[in-house]
Ligand binder design. Structure first.
Ligand code: HEM
Length: 489
């Protein structure tokens, strides 16, 4: 027993960039003079691993706890499994400030799930989790999401140029599709984002811009020196204005949904949409307002960046795309409408998506703030430290995944038993009680889009290969000028 205790090394021994007196490590993240480019957090995370190994401490960050990067799937598993009933994900301090200080009047005691912790998080999540994750709620959305997606694909055919290529800002169009989907799920409304003649003052375009603005600036607001904590910087003031706009939009559409519900004939729960279920159970519409806000805040950029990445991989991997097409032809011989049963048969499609997430994880890492003192990789780590799980790196480590540099969707198929994949090396949606609340909808939206698009069109990318980069999410950096060609059968 004694020998084990003496082996535990002190926290101060954990390797990492050395903080400078007074400035700490924040200077490394400051624009211009900083050593690291925070606009590419993926490179930073990979650099730390190469320089320091499986555990790396970034300490002395002004205004925030130490960050501890952990590149070990067994230890990541340990942290997840010990996280207790109210896991603490250290995300979005700006949203925390907005919800708990700036608009405390509105959010009150139960401010939703994103950026909320402890009992208030648990109580809110318990209220909304069941309807959101229930399979029969999600099944109801196959048809509406297919309709949105059909409109999107039709729009793609109108957008293509004389070379049958998408415009250079095609990622914006994907954003519009994502917003149209999230509008259906969280606000019960078709926002009309796919209208080809969207006016610059339209609500849909304003929401897209607001969402983009809020999310893309989070890395800057949160990782660089947090001036906004001390006084309202220009970026912070704009952030607050944007958030206020979201709140307003959510209230407007949820109020309308509530009015419709009053006159709706309901025979059983299955007649209700997700938001109607919440409204039927919770007399105070605030739960629905706040839920809608949270879903919109995290459900647009995540899904649209994931789709940019998945489409890019499909377009640049003709062999795998052909396999997917053959599967789709078999499941949908007459290109018939989708059903949950048909989606269930698309095993290669799901494996392809998992493989993209493993090699190019859209959310490059997850994390937990330790709520108890712990021992990680032989070091004592005090509670309060923010442990980062760099999924993007661990998903490509050969000790956890067989031949990780090979892009091989088949590794995810059950028949492939010789493939090694550590269950905690690649977790695109996180794990445990705090796992992604929108994952079933995210999967559904991705599956519907791929099934509809690849069943009818061949997708190519005939330009210089793109690098991946993190703005907020990890995605190809550049113009997604995909070429689409109609398939004959
Ligand atoms: C491919 C797209 C997506 C990815 C990769 C993704 C990934 C994640 C990850 C890694 C987390 C943290 C989980 C944890 O701490 O263990 C998370 C949380 C969350 N996600 Fe997603 N997500 C996606 C799409 C969505 C969508 C479409 C929605 C909404 C409909 C959504 C709603 C949420 C919410 C509300 C949380 C916070 C849950 C909580 O803290 O209780 N996500 N997501």
């Amino acid at each position: 027993m004694k020998s084990i205790i003496t082996k535990i090394k002190p926290y101060s021994d954990i390797p990492g960039p050395k903080p400078l007196p007074i400035l700490g490590n924040t200077w490394r993240l400051l624009p211009l003079i900083g050593q690291y480019d925070v606009s590419d957090v993926a490179k930073l995370s990979s650099l730390f691993y190469q320089q320091y190994g499986k555990i790396v401490k970034l300490s002395g960050l002004i205004g925030r706890p130490d960050l501890l990067f952990l590149y070990d799937a067994n230890e990541i598993e340990k942290v997840y499994r010990q996280e207790g009933p109210t896991p603490f994900r250290p995300s979005m301090p700006c949203l925390v400030k907005y919800k708990s200080e700036v608009r405390k009047d509105f959010f009150g005691k139960e401010g939703g799930v994103v950026g909320v912790h402890g009992e208030p998080w648990k109580s809110f999540r318990t209220k909304v989790q069941k309807p959101i994750l229930q399979l029969h709620t999600v099944r109801k959305y196959v048809e509406p999401i297919e309709m949105v997606t059909n409109d999107f694909i039709q729009r793609m055919t109108q957008m293509k140029d004389s070379n049958n290529e998408m415009p250079k800002d095609f990622d914006n169009e994907i954003h519009k599709w994502a917003l149209e989907c999230i509008g259906l799920v969280s606000l019960d409304v078709r926002l009309g984002c796919l209208d080809p003649n969207l006016s610059p003052n339209s609500e849909a375009l304003k929401i897209i811009q607001a969402a983009k603005y809020a999310l893309r600036n989070i890395a800057i607001l949160e990782l660089r020196f947090p001036f906004w904590r001390f006084f309202p910087t220009t970026l912070w003031t704009k952030y607050v204005k944007n958030m206020d706009y979201f709140v307003e939009i959510c209230m407007k559409h949820i109020d309308a949904a509530m009015e419709r519900l009053k006159t709706k004939t309901v025979k059983n729960e299955n007649d209700l949409s997700l938001i109607e279920r919440i409204l039927a159970k919770e007399p105070d519409p605030k739960t629905a307002y706040i839920l809608a806000l949270d879903l919109i805040l995290v459900g647009i950029d995540t899904i649209s960046m994931a789709v940019c990445s998945i489409l890019y991989q499909l377009a640049t991997r003709p062999e795998q795309q052909e396999k997917l097409y053959q599967e789709l032809k078999q499941v949908l011989p007459n290109n018939e409408p989708l059903t949950p049963e048909k989606l269930n048969q698309m095993l290669y499609l799901k494996a392809f998506v998992k493989e993209v997430f493993r090699m190019y994880s859209t959310v490059i890492g997850n994390g937990r703030t330790l709520q108890e003192d712990s021992v990680l990789l032989g070091y004592k780590v005090p509670k309060g430290v923010q442990v980062v799980f760099p999924t993007l790196i661990t998903g490509s480590m050969s000790e956890y995944v067989t031949k990780p540099q090979e892009f091989k969707p088949e590794r995810w198929l059950k028949s492939n038993i010789e493939e090694k994949i550590h269950p905690f090396a690649s977790l695109p949606y996180g794990y445990g009680a705090r796992m992604c609340l929108g994952r079933r909808f995210a999967d559904l939206e991705i599956q519907v889009l791929l099934a509809k698009l690849i069943r009818s069109y061949k997708l190519e990318y005939l330009h210089k290969p793109l690098d991946y980069k993190v703005t907020f999410m990890y995605a190809p950096d550049g113009e997604l000028k995909f070429k689409i060609s109609k398939r004959n059968e």
